[in-house]
Design a protein around this ligand. Structure first.
Ligand SMILES: Cc1cc2nc3c(=O)[nH]c(=O)nc-3n(C[C@H](O)[C@H](O)[C@H](O)COP(=O)(O)OP(=O)(O)OC[C@H]3O[C@@H](n4cnc5c(N)ncnc54)[C@H](O)[C@@H]3O)c2cc1C
Length: 283
């Protein structure tokens, strides 16, 4: 396959029989969800892997903001792309022994509970987002942008400090090709915080954003959409809801009242949620 950024040829392996750590990245192990060797013999007849690779990222159309007919068409095309990849793996993918195709590969309808063996619902990497009280921008967290703004070196630069922080996260700004026509974007980001303002909508009262729906942009979604960050966002959203009920105050009022905000942050800290990275300080 080609490198997603440079389009230069790139070698990845696909070999369910290989030892895990030999040679180039072996995609069989990339998202393997069951390793039969971890279980009592006979529990699993074979390993199980989840295939969500660049090869079956579908970006030729949208499921939202199109007619129902168009959405169904795109949904079907996305499924066909995954099935085409499977067919190629079964029939034409080169094998280390010089042969082609992995004949034993099969869909696990029994595991996913669908008639075609595909997931129950497509994974949508970037979701709709609220218009939030505060939106995290590239210039708050991108290494390059922060270096430009602050004149600091790569080693010294820190992300924008958010006094209403309800958690932390870190990942690259990693955007896959979009149905809007953008190619991969991959930029360095600095360890960042999750501002409470990004969980609170501008217009609606008593609605709290979670997972990918918070106040980020298309660009900053690229690093707030990851497991650890979403988990922290969920913890913060749940804690905020509990504090709102306890104090009988809406989320916006908690954020705008220093005493209540400090209380929420204390509850989070007491529950083990980190609110800042050790080196992130104002100024
Ligand atoms: C195919 C795919 C690939 C991904 N790739 C990556 C990746 O490479 N790297 C990465 O970091 N992230 C990746 N993600 C995203 C990652 O999985 C999510 O960010 C993460 O799982 C979000 O965690 P969460 O706890 O917020 O939500 P979830 O993991 O969705 O947990 C929510 C839980 O709530 C339960 N639930 C829902 N409604 C109710 C209800 N009414 N009552 C009780 N329980 C309920 C659900 O059953 C579920 O167990 C991927 C996701 C998918 C689907």
């Amino acid at each position: 396959m080609s490198h997603p950024h440079t389009l230069k040829p790139r070698q990845l392996a696909f070999d369910p029989l290989a030892e895990k750590r030999k040679g180039p990245l072996n995609l069989w192990y990339y998202r393997r969800i069951a390793d039969k060797s971890n279980f009592v013999e006979g529990t699993y007849p074979s390993d199980i892997t989840l295939v969500n690779w660049p090869q079956n990222d579908f970006y030729l159309g949208n499921l939202h903001e199109v007619s129902e007919t168009e959405a169904i068409r795109n949904f079907t095309r996305a499924k066909q792309l995954s099935l085409s990849l499977l067919y190629w793996l079964q029939t034409e993918a080169p094998r280390p022994d010089g042969g082609i195709g992995w004949k034993g590969l099969r869909m696990r309808k029994d595991i996913v509970g669908t008639d075609d063996g595909l997931a129950k619902y497509p994974y949508i990497r970037e979701s709709r987002r609220i218009r939030a009280e505060f939106t995290v921008l590239e210039q708050h967290i991108s290494t390059e942008a922060r270096m430009e703004q602050t004149g600091k070196s790569k080693d010294e630069v820190t992300a924008e400090y958010f006094p209403d922080s309800v958690g932390i996260g870190w990942y690259r700004i990693d955007l896959h090709p979009s149905s809007g026509g953008n190619n991969y974007i991959d930029l360095d980001a600095i360890p960042f915080q999750i501002p409470l303002g990004a969980l609170i909508p501008q217009r609606v009262e008593n609605l709290i954003a979670s997972c990918k729906n918070l106040g980020v942009t298309h660009i900053t979604n690229g690093c707030y959409r990851l497991h650890p960050v979403e988990w922290n966002i969920g913890e913060a959203a749940g804690t905020l809801a509990a504090v709102c009920l306890q104090k009988k105050e809406p989320p916006r009022h908690i954020r705008n009242t220093q005493k209540l905000l400090s209380h929420l942050q204390l509850v989070l800290k007491q529950s083990g949620v980190e609110l800042e990275w050790p080196r992130v300080r104002p100024g």
